[in-house]
Design a protein around this ligand. Structure first.
Ligand code: MN
Length: 131
């Protein structure tokens, strides 16, 4: 059996016009991406809005630097958290995964939040205990 590398996740703190956190999961050969307007939390009671944005190319999970003036998203980007993840379940409107980062660890949910619009999801930590 070939042991495949675990897929990556990253959260990039992005000080563009508005500070936000770009959450990206390596999936289907790209980085599936969501923009989270407020800092993600390990508290299961804190559910963050996550807006689905365009996929990014693999490799961008390592990017830190400044997007120049005049370009879309101009402003500094730094890695807020990074690591691997384990996919646990995935449907069209729900993704469940274990994050193995420095700040975020354990099981998280991304679920579609249709009330808030077609690209809106919620990102939050699962409240169940991990044995
Ligand atoms: Mn961004």
């Amino acid at each position: 059996m070939i042991k495949t590398k675990e897929p990556a996740f990253v959260i990039q703190e992005h000080r563009a016009t508005h500070l936000h956190y770009d959450f990206r999961l390596e999936m289907d050969g790209v980085l599936k991406s969501w923009a989270i307007p407020k800092e993600p939390s390990m508290d299961p009671k804190v559910k963050r809005l996550a807006i689905r944005v365009e996929d990014h190319k693999l490799g961008y999970e390592n990017f830190e630097g400044v997007i120049p003036e005049g370009m879309y998203g101009a402003g500094p980007v730094k890695i807020w958290d990074k690591g691997s993840y384990e996919l646990k379940a995935r449907t069209g409107d729900k993704i469940i995964f274990n994050l193995n980062g420095k700040k975020l660890k354990g099981e998280f949910f991304l679920v579609k939040f249709k009330k808030a619009g077609p690209k809106s999801w919620l990102f939050f930590k699962t409240s169940k205990k991990i044995d």
